[in-house]
Design a protein around this ligand. Structure first.
Ligand SMILES: Nc1ncnc2c1ncn2[C@@H]1O[C@H](COP(=O)(O)OP(=O)(O)OP(=O)(O)O)[C@@H](O)[C@H]1O
Length: 775
């Protein structure tokens, strides 16, 4: 840039700086945000282009001027630092001409001030001033260059401090101390030119006064210039104030715009939220409406279905109505026909009534005849009934006589058969036992037809043994008993043979039935049997039969009272199997009263009125035996069980009385000591000894009875069992021994022992049984 350009006065330019014109609506000069239209400018400080341009350019000029003429205000500098798009770049990059002007002014002032200083010094100052355009103007203008001081200390110092007027007073300064560049403008440039020309011609003027005048004129010019500059400064300060106001306003506007923007953003966010909520609501409403629609459609479908059903019903009703109408017409026709028929019938009834009247008259005559005939018939019936009663009485007398005869005959038959009889029964091989010929004993039976005729059956046991010489010996043992039952014989068949004995009880005879044999030979099976009708044993069958027979005898005037007792003899001690507690702890004794009647102390006797009670009694005894077996080892086979049925009968018609006992005895296993395994066990040994003792006592009693010595000693007291059975074993009773046998070869020895014992009993002839007459 040339110095001439720098010296152009900027005063007129600064005075023409346009001030920002606030719009009528917006005093801030920033167009308002039309939020309602939701159009936002890209920057709140970028309003209408024309106004912005104008404001910015003017502001920039003013700012530049202000910064050049005075220390920049903090507000202005901060505005320059702001990153807002419109202000900073323009202001920073384009310093206005005013700034140049100010710099030039400062330079020119310096040059003027340092008229007397060296030109080099003046140039240095000017360069330094240009190098710092933003520096405060007062300092370069007021501060003298230290380099110039030694050369022209009095003049330069005074000139610098006193201003141009003192400069004019300095006479030592060279003429070129006044810078020609001062006269850049209209008056100032002219003044400077004049000075220049005055200085140029100073060498030519010799007169000192003339020079002073020139200098004074020059000073006057400077004063004018100074005033103008002062005016410009004032103008610039005003511009600066305006600019600061504008800046403030702009900042306010910006803040407001930002606030508006924030509000608008919040409003937008709120609107978006509200919009989303509305959308949600609407969607929910749509869904609800959809559901309602579906419900309504469903209802519509149901209604349609119902309508079609109703239509169907109506159609059916119409059809029914039509049918009923037809029926009605048919019935009407039938009614008419019936009415006609009714009229005809009425006529006939009248005719019949007349006929009935005639018949009634005839009937009355007939009834009279019938009454007479009835009286005659009644007389005849009465005569016949009297004859019948007389005949019935005769027949009953005959029957009673026949019953007495039957009893006598029955007893005679029993006596003929023997009061002690022995049956042998061989049980079948059980499923778990092998039925191969080797496993089974060789047992043969006599001819059954011959047995029927003779009343004697034979059982033949063939045993094989080795002789001393080592030869096999075959021994055939035949035994004859009253009856031998083969393995195939059922319970019913066995009972048929002993049912007569049961009948004898009702006739007043004591009966005792023993089941004898080794363990597992079928004693319990024979006496008690199974639970059903086919397998029921002798005890339930005998009881059943006694009850049935007593019911028949009731027609002939007999009334019976029965009671049951179930005892067990184990190791010579009596246990009551019908006791109330689980295990009998009472000590029972056998006692005989003054009439010779034997009884067991504290033994329970249960009255029996029907067979069901007897089966309950047997169950009770069985369960107690099971408990005892659990507590004291398996002892059912090691004890004797004695079921006693006591029967008392009265016949008021014949004035007869009877009292008898049925004893059904399941004896303990009869195996010998060696095969019982008792040697290994003390308890078992004791059991076996007691069993053998009681069984041999039984054999002794039977033997003694068999010897038939009148008044001879019978050793009943040798065992509890024989004492208990004394009444049944005495000559006044009928005794049956059922000898149970195992079919197995392994038991052959025991089988032979049992058969020998049974033969001994069978050979006993006991005196005639006596009928027990109740006292
Ligand atoms: N005639 C038979 N028919 C079918 N099974 C029988 C017959 N006799 C005995 N049994 C069966 O043989 C087995 C032994 O019979 P049972 O218990 O009556 O012998 P027991 O001599 O009374 O023995 P214990 O002295 O141990 O009481 C039982 O399972 C029984 O059901």
């Amino acid at each position: 840039m040339s110095e001439g350009q720098e010296n152009v006065p900027p005063a007129s330019g600064l005075s023409r700086i346009p001030r920002p014109q606030p719009s009528p609506g917006k005093p801030t000069g920033i167009p308002s945000l039309n939020l309602a239209k939701r159009k936002f400018p890209s920057s709140p400080l970028a309003p209408g282009p024309a106004l912005a341009k104008r404001s910015v350019s003017s502001t920039l000029s003013a700012t530049a001027s202000a910064s050049a003429s005075a220390p920049a205000g903090p507000a202005l500098r901060s505005s320059q630092r702001k990153p807002s798009g419109g202000f900073v770049p323009t202001t920073t990059r384009k310093p206005s001409a005013t700034l140049s002007t100010r710099s030039t002014l400062a330079q020119s002032t310096k040059r003027t001030t340092s008229v007397s200083s060296a030109s080099a010094s003046s140039n240095t100052t000017s360069t330094a001033s240009r190098a710092r355009p933003g520096a405060p103007p007062a300092r370069p203008a007021a501060a003298p260059r230290p380099a110039a001081a030694p050369r022209r200390p009095p003049v330069s110092t005074s000139a610098a401090t006193a201003g141009p007027s003192r400069l004019a007073a300095s006479r030592n300064g060279p003429s070129r101390g006044v810078s020609p560049s001062v006269g850049g403008g209209s008056a100032a440039s002219r003044g400077v030119s004049a000075i220049g020309s005055g200085m140029a011609s100073a060498a030519q003027f010799k007169s000192h006064d003339g020079r002073i005048e020139n200098v004074e004129r020059m000073v006057g010019g400077f004063k004018d210039l100074l005033q103008q500059e002062q005016a410009k400064i004032n103008s610039l300060q005003m511009s600066q104030a305006d600019l600061q106001a504008l800046l403030q306003s702009t900042q306010n506007t910006e803040r407001e715009a930002r606030r508006d923007l924030t509000n608008a953003s919040e409003e937008i966010a709120a609107l978006r939220t509200a919009h989303l909520r509305e959308v949600d609501d609407l969607e929910r409403q749509v869904a609800r409406k959809d559901r309602e629609k579906r419900g309504l459609e469903e209802e519509l479908r149901d209604s349609r279905d119902e309508l079609s059903r109703e239509r169907e019903t109506v159609r059916g009703l119409k059809t029914t109505l039509a049918e009923q109408s037809t029926q009605h017409m048919t019935l009407s026709a039938q009614l008419t026909a019936a009415q006609t028929q009714n009229a005809m019938l009425q006529t006939e009834i009248e005719r019949a009534t007349l006929a009935v009247s005639a018949m009634k008259a005839e009937l009355e005559v007939g009834r009279q005849k019938a009454l007479e005939a009835e009286e005659r018939a009644e007389q005849k019936v009465a005569d016949a009934e009297a004859e019948r009663d007389r005949r019935i009485a005769e027949i009953e007398d005959e029957l009673r006589a026949a019953e007495t005869i039957r009893r006598k005959l029955h007893n005679q038959v029993q006596e003929l058969k023997g009061n002690i009889r022995v049956f042998a029964r061989v049980r079948p091989a059980l499923p778990h036992e092998s039925d191969s010929p080797e496993a089974l004993a060789d047992i043969a039976y006599g001819d059954e037809r011959k047995a029927e005729e003779t009343g004697q059956s034979e059982i033949i046991i063939t045993s094989k043994s080795e002789s001393a010489t080592g030869r096999e010996r075959e021994q055939v043992n035949g035994f004859i008993f009253d009856k031998v039952f083969q393995p195939r014989a059922g319970q019913k068949e066995v009972f048929e043979e002993i049912s007569m004995l049961a009948q004898s009880v009702l006739d007043g005879y004591n009966v005792c039935i023993f089941a004898y044999g080794q363990t597992g030979s079928g004693k319990s099976w024979t006496m008690e049997g199974g639970d059903d009708e086919v397998t029921a044993g002798m005890i339930p069958r005998a009881i059943d039969m006694i009850f049935t027979a007593s019911n028949h005898l009731r027609d002939r005037g007999w009334k019976y009272h029965m009671e049951g007792q179930f005892l067990e003899v184990y190791n010579e001690v009596i246990n009551d199997l019908l006791g109330s507690s689980q295990f009998d702890t009472k000590k029972h004794e056998i006692k005989t009263d003054k009439d010779g009647k034997m009884s067991v102390t504290d033994a329970v006797n249960i009255p029996l009125s029907n067979p069901r009670q007897v089966s309950a009694l047997l169950d009770r005894a069985r369960s107690r035996r099971a408990v005892a077996a659990t507590l004291m080892n398996e002892r059912s086979s090691r004890s004797h069980s004695v079921f006693t049925l006591k029967v008392r009968g009265v016949n008021p018609l014949t004035d007869e009385k009877c009292e008898a006992m049925l004893n059904l005895v399941d004896l303990a296993g009869s195996e010998r000591l060696a095969s019982s395994g008792a040697g290994e066990n003390k308890d078992r040994l004791k059991e076996t000894i007691n069993i053998n003792k009681s069984l041999s006592a039984l054999a002794d009693v039977i033997g003694a009875l068999g010897q038939g010595q009148a008044g001879g000693h019978v050793p009943y007291r040798n065992s509890t069992l024989t004492r208990l059975l004394q009444t049944s074993l005495s000559g006044s009773s009928k005794t049956l021994m059922l000898c149970n046998l195992s079919p197995l070869a392994a038991h052959l020895g025991e089988t032979l022992c049992s058969l020998r014992f049974a033969t001994k009993v069978n050979s006993t002839v006991v005196g005639s049984a006596k009928k027990q007459i109740a006292k």
